[in-house]
Design a protein around this ligand. Structure first.
Ligand code: EPZ
Length: 438
């Protein structure tokens, strides 16, 4: 397995282009199952997770090819309706094929995703939503089987929690139902809006985009179309936090600053400078003694559904608060076990206490954060360790970086372009003490 080796302490300078959003690409790829024909998706990031979703579509009978950031998908002939355990266990978002398969074929058999590092992550809201549309579901041998006689009927779906993929799955199931479907307490994340735009371009009739109440007027059929994935707001936020932690001045292009209202406010409170344009932003740290290394103010955060502070940026922000000038309370309200990065940050000298769903982070300042061998446990926890490694003195070795490669396109190259001393090595050569090749 590969390791990431970081020689910390170098501020970041330069410009980086943000990739397409993983959490928009996954539902939009799944949505191509809704209509036969050749679909075109632009700005599709080449990630472990997008490759997994495309491989799942291939198992179901679709054909795809990638040219750069554009993916062509032909779903004329679906030959299967089952998402196997071996694939679903590697990526929970595989459940997103349930809705389109039900709408297209009336049947789907998908392995239950099982839990993951950050929580149990059930799909009960998805299944309850389908049942409101006339679908019968049953669980057996670790698989969920969903079926509907003939065409789904419109219904009313209320989400106890505004589930992002739950909203996306029910949307895709309902677009060809007979009659109207109302989705209440729907998720409002920009990725849901990206999916709605694609479905409407395919011929769906959907009202209420970007609100928590969606109304879908069922249509008889949809057609293939051409869509573009929105920029990845979580990747954008990750690099913003990295600059705040490591220091320097970085411009991020091909991004949507308006999708990061909560993080922007919190970073401004930390003392970071942020200048935004429509599709780019520049993050910088004030110069202190001629060095652009700021000591961020300690700021509390609470993770919430959009437009609140994103849970997917919680671990990264915690790494920044380790450098804070006081004590920060980080309240994780979305997932029950999303503090796996705490133990690893503490190996680097961080002073963090977990009290239920809150982490109390006592800032130790930069000179007490030191590089260490650490292990990535999940996608965003691994990003947190990268940020800590960039700010810490000395060498940080991060193992199990396949987690990182699920959701960050070309992260090593992007960081190297910004002057970071970071490299990827094979575990065995890392043991032999290979140095970072900047
Ligand atoms: C999406 O996951 C994202 N993934 C996650 O990003 C993100 O953290 C999450 O939304 C919250 O914003 C994709 O879009 C592919 P939820 P999702 O359903 O849809 C509970 C990343 O790092 N729940 O909004 O699975 C659930 O356990 C990933 O890129 C149920 O109880 O999240 C959680 O506590 C991680 N039953 C809460 O709701 C259900 O049926 C919100 O989950 C569904 C969810």
């Amino acid at each position: 397995m590969d390791q990431l080796i970081i020689e910390g302490g170098s501020p970041l300078y330069g410009t980086v282009a943000i990739s397409g959003a993983k959490n928009a690409a996954l539902p939009l790829i799944a949505a191509t199952l809704l209509a036969p024909g050749s679909h075109t998706l632009h700005n599709v990031p080449d990630l472990r997770d997008t490759r997994t979703m495309l491989n799942l579509l291939e198992i179901l009978g679709a054909r795809w090819q990638r040219q750069g950031q554009t993916v062509q998908i032909n779903s004329d002939h679906l030959t299967g309706v089952e998402a196997p355990y071996d694939l679903v266990k590697t990526m929970r978002a595989s459940v997103l094929v349930l809705g389109p398969l039900l709408a297209r074929t009336g049947f789907a058999r998908v392995s239950l995703p099982g839990g993951c590092a950050i929580g149990a992550r059930p799909i009960n809201f998805h299944l309850k939503g389908f049942e409101q549309l006339g679908v019968t579901t049953r669980l057996e041998h670790g698989y969920v089987e969903a079926a509907v006689e003939g065409r789904m009927r419109g219904g009313t779906v209320y989400f106890d929690i505004p589930s992002v993929t739950g909203t996306e799955n029910v949307l895709m199931a309902s677009v060809m139902a007979r009659g109207d479907t109302v989705i209440k307490n729907a998720a409002k994340e920009p990725e849901v809006g990206n999916l709605i735009d694609m479905l409407v371009a395919m011929g769906a009739e959907i009202e209420g985009k970007d609100t928590d109440r969606l109304v879908v007027h069922g249509v008889d059929r949809l057609h293939a179309t051409e869509s573009t994935i929105i920029p990845d707001r979580i990747e954008t936020g990750t690099y913003m936090i990295a600059v705040a932690a490591a220091g320097g001045t970085v411009t991020l292009t091909d991004c949507t600053p308006a999708h990061l209202p909560a993080l922007t406010e919190k970073l401004l409170l930390c003392g970071v400078n942020i200048e935004t344009e429509a599709t780019s932003l520049t993050v910088s740290c004030p110069e202190i003694d001629g060095r652009s290394i700021c000591r961020p103010c300690s700021v509390d955060i609470t993770t919430l559904p959009y437009p609140g502070f994103p849970t997917d940026l919680q671990a990264q922000f915690m790494a920044l608060m380790v450098l804070g000038n006081g004590t920060a309370i980080i309240h994780e309200t979305i997932f029950e076990n999303r503090f796996m990065h705490v133990a690893e940050l503490k190996r680097m000298g961080a002073d963090i206490t977990i009290e239920g769903s809150r982490a109390v982070v006592r800032g130790i300042g930069r000179d007490k954060l030191c590089g260490a061998p650490v292990m990535a446990t999940d996608l965003r926890a691994s990003a947190s360790l990268v940020i800590a490694g960039l700010a810490a003195g000395g060498t940080t070795r991060i193992s199990r970086i396949y987690h990182l490669e699920r959701g960050y396109e070309n992260m090593v190259e992007k960081l190297q372009r910004l002057g970071a001393r970071v490299g990827k090595v094979r575990e065995e050569s890392a043991r032999a003490g290979a140095d970072v090749r900047a």
